[in-house]
Design a protein around this ligand. Structure first.
Ligand code: DX5
Ligand code: ZN
Length: 219
C-alpha cells in the first residue's frame, strides 16, 4: 500500500514583494501553502504580523498550513484557525496550555499541529496524542530558511511514527528538505514535507514540487 504523502511548500524564501504571484506559481501543485509566522521573540526573525498574515491567508487560492513561531501562542493560534487556515501548528515550547490550545484550534475549524524544536523530545508530549492532527518535527532550528537538514532528527521521526501507529495523524518535517534529503525523512516515517529554499531557489518552483512529490510517492 502506498502511503499518503503531502507537499506543503514554504513561502519563506519566496519574493515577499510579489507574494501573490509567487503563490500563484505553486498553488496548482501544492497540497497546502506553509506559512511561517515569526515574531522576532520566539525565533530571531520576523515575517508577518496577524494583519498581514490574514491578508495572505484570505488571498491564497488553496489551504494554508500556518506554522506559528511566536511566543505565547495560546491566544493567537485559534484566531489563525478562525480566519480560515486549514491547519494551525503551535510549538510545544511556545504554548502554556497545549491541550486546551490544540482543542481551541479544532473548535475554530482547523487541523491542530504540534511542533517540536530539535532539542525537544517527543516523549513528553505522548499523552497529548488524541488532541493532535499533525506532529511537526523540526529538522533545523526554527527561524530561517536555507539551513542544513539535521539527519540526526530521524530517530525522533521514527519514535513519533511509532507513537502515531495507525492513527490518521500527519507527520511533517520542516527544514532542509530537498531532492537529496526527502527520501531520508520518508524512510524514517514522515509523510508531509515542507520545502522552502529547495522550491523557491529552483528555476521552476512548480516543477520542483512535482519532483519532490514523485520522490515521496515512492514510499
Ligand atoms: C524555518 C521554517 C521553515 C523554512 C524551511 O524555521 O519553519 O518552514 O521555510 O525552509 P528550507 O526548506 O529552506 O529549510
Ligand atoms: Zn515552517
Amino acid at each position: 500500500m502506498t502511503r499518503e504523502v503531502r507537499i506543503t511548500p514554504s513561502i519563506l524564501n519566496a519574493d515577499f514583494s510579489h507574494l501573490q504571484q509567487e503563490i500563484q506559481k505553486i498553488s496548482a501543485v501544492s497540497d497546502l501553502i506553509h506559512l511561517d509566522v515569526m515574531d522576532n521573540v520566539f525565533v530571531p526573525n520576523f515575517t508577518f504580523n496577524f494583519e498581514t498574515a490574514s491578508q495572505i491567508i484570505h488571498n491564497c487560492p488553496i489551504g494554508i498550513d500556518a506554522h506559528l513561531m511566536v511566543a505565547d501562542s495560546d491566544n493567537i493560534a485559534p484566531q489563525y484557525a478562525e480566519i480560515g487556515c486549514q491547519s494551525v501548528t503551535v510549538h510545544a515550547e511556545a504554548t502554556s496550555n497545549i491541550s486546551q490550545t490544540l482543542r481551541a484550534i479544532k473548535v475554530n475549524g482547523a487541523r491542530a499541529g504540534l511542533a517540536l524544536k530539535p532539542d525537544t523530545s517527543i516523549e513528553g508530549y505522548a499523552d497529548l496524542i488524541d488532541d493532535v492532527d499533525m506532529f511537526l518535527i523540526m529538522t533545523v532550528e526554527p527561524g530561517f530558511g536555507g539551513q542544513k537538514f539535521m539527519e540526526n532528527m530521524m530517530e525522533k521521526v521514527r519514535r513519533t511514527k511509532a507513537l502515531i501507529g495507525s492513527r490518521p495523524i500527519w507527520l511533517q518535517v520542516d527544514g532542509g528538505i530537498s531532492l537529496e534529503t526527502l527520501s531520508i525523512a520518508l524512510e524514517a516515517g514522515a509523510d508531509t514535507f515542507v520545502a522552502g529554499s529547495a522550491v523557491f531557489n529552483a528555476e521552476d518552483p512548480a516543477a520542483m514540487i512535482i519532483a519532490l512529490r514523485e520522490l515521496a510517492g515512492k514510499a
